[in-house]
Design a protein around this ligand. Structure first.
Ligand code: GLN
Length: 528
């Protein structure tokens, strides 16, 4: 008889945003390294139906899956750590489940019954977990927020009930808590963590393991205290201070008491092959002598997570090219205050809305005029096209997103455009293939003449102005298969001025740098 499917639930206490997603992904990575098939899912208790309309300044980037789901950035961690491609079923939100429930209620599917959070919503959550778990040996479920949050209670109840559905022995509960260090008394304070564990028990879940997040390394007595007060054995309490790189976390877990716990839980004591993680940590520590300064022209300056996948893709490319990376965020609204000539490469990432647009166009123009290696991502392509059209003399060239009245709408919404209906129009989401022009810089970077990349945009390059754009220095180097949409542009005479309508950053992996990012770093390295 085969092993029963196992479920690992990762919850948080004290604070959110201290690394639950990395913990969940890293547990998965360790199990994968022991030869198991792992699936993973994020449950978010907020009432949004997807993450598409969430403010990135508050929530960090919106991660897009191949099937076009607009999800929480934790899915990006999962994909990078586990090297798998996820879909809508791996991102479960209250808003999504509730709107389905209410639609079913309206359709009369409950046959007169009272529709309630318990059991109806909790059952829907469990069903969603079961669907997402199909085909794996171990399914990991991360619950967003912290236990005790009003809006998350249905999820906590659902994962408690889940043990009744599949058997307690097939469920492992991991609680991630934060332990602050109080500078004045110079001690770590476990009280909030103890309270958080009590909260969890109050909802009927006795955790099997506790991950203790601290800023700096904490002494063993912190683990002992949490073990004693939390009712968890000492080897199931893992102290996890901030790491130099998140890719260290699988190694930390594999070297801890959690490893034995996972082995007993999964009945698999195959030693984990952690060579990939060891390599990544060594690469991060190596700090090669050649240092490249890359400017990221940013609209949001206050939240490091807004361009997370772009940052990770640049890091991977730097590792692959054996250079150190100094990434500087340049405030798009104040580009004039920066000396762009001191950068070895410029990246203009994706974005929506008009703030900072002129600064990004100026940065693209600077790169075009001065042959600075440039990578434009989605909006970064549209603005490069605008910069080239203006250079060719169309002074008011713009996207109708920013100036609906412009007479030179070089970026616009096409008639009859297809995509997901969303506020204000249709969004082209998820995987689309493109054909690259043979001999182009992008074809060379990809070593291929076709690509499939994830998209998330509404506006398109207006082909009526391609001659002007060409006069400004940019040619189209990749098309949608039907030839209707511009997918890539580049400056033929440049070292590496390349832009894509897609978001290639989502497919970059720590140990497999994305070709376009690697191309940028390579060009900057040779150029220096
Ligand atoms: N705002 C632009 C559009 O909707 C670009 C979007 C993006 O960069 N993701 O087309």
């Amino acid at each position: 008889m085969g092993e029963k499917q196992k479920y690992i639930f990762v919850t948080g206490g004290v604070l959110s945003g201290v690394g639950k997603g990395i913990t969940a992904a890293s547990i998965g990575a360790v199990l994968q390294a022991k030869g198991m098939t792992v699936s993973i899912q994020k449950c978010d208790p907020y009432l949004n139906v997807d993450a598409g309309l969430l403010n990135p300044a508050e929530h960090g980037e919106c991660y897009v899956t191949r099937d076009g789901a607009e999800t929480d950035l934790d899915l990006g961690h999962y994909e990078r750590f586990l090297d798998i491609e996820l879909t809508q079923k791996n991102a479960t939100l209250s808003g999504q489940l509730l709107s389905n429930l209410i639609a079913d209620e309206r359709a009369g599917k409950f046959e007169g019954k009272t529709v309630q959070l318990i059991p109806h919503l909790t059952r829907a959550i469990q069903d969603a977990i079961q669907v997402a778990s199909e085909g794996s040996d171990v399914h990991i479920v991360e619950v967003g927020g912290t236990v005790g949050d009003y809006e998350g209670l249905s999820f906590v109840e659902a994962i408690r009930e889940f043990a009744q559905r599949v058997g307690r022995e097939n469920c492992l509960y991991v609680h991630v808590v934060y332990v602050p260090f109080i500078g004045t008394s110079k001690e770590f304070k476990t009280k909030p963590a103890q309270n958080a564990l009590n909260d969890l028990r109050g909802f009927g879940i006795v955790p099997d393991a506790v991950v203790v997040r601290t800023d700096d390394p904490a002494p063993e007595n912190v683990a002992r205290k949490i073990s004693l007060f939390g009712g968890v054995s000492e080897d199931a309490v893992l102290l996890m201070p901030n790491a130099d790189t998140v890719y260290e976390v699988p190694l930390t877990i594999a070297a801890s008491g959690l490893n034995g716990l996972l082995e007993r839980f999964t009945h698999n004591d195959t030693p984990a092959d952690l060579s990939k993680w060891q390599r990544l940590v060594a690469q991060q520590a190596a700090r090669p002598a050649q240092d490249l300064k890359v400017a990221l022209i940013a609209k949001y300056m206050d939240n490091e997570d807004t361009y997370l996948s772009v940052t990770e893709a640049l890091k991977s490319a730097a590792w692959a090219e054996d250079v150190s990376l100094t990434l500087q965020w340049v405030d798009a609204t104040q580009v004039d205050d920066y000396d762009l000539s001191k950068f070895d490469a410029i990246v203009v990432p994706g974005g929506f809305g008009g703030r900072g647009i002129e600064g990004k166009i100026a940065a693209a123009r600077f790169a075009l005029d001065n042959n600075v290696p440039y990578l434009g991502l989605c909006l970064g392509l549209q603005l490069a096209v605008i910069a080239a059209a203006r250079k060719a003399g169309l002074d008011d060239a713009n996207s109708t997103e920013f100036n609906p009245e412009t007479s030179h709408n070089v970026v616009y919404i096409m008639d009859g455009q297809e995509g997901k209906e969303s506020t204000g129009g249709t969004l082209r989401l998820g995987d689309y293939t493109a054909n690259l022009v043979p001999g182009s810089k992008v074809a060379e970077a990809y070593s291929s003449e076709t690509t499939t990349e994830r998209h998330r945009h509404r506006y398109e390059v207006n082909q009526a102005f391609l001659d002007d754009v060409k006069n400004g220095g940019l040619i189209v180097s990749g098309w949608s298969p039907d030839g209707k949409l511009v997918e890539y542009v580049e400056a033929p005479d440049s070292t590496y001025f390349v832009a894509t309508q897609a978001h290639p950053e989502f497919k970059s992996r720590p140990d497999r740098a994305h070709p376009l990012f690697r191309g940028l770093i390579k060009a900057a390295k040779l150029d220096k």
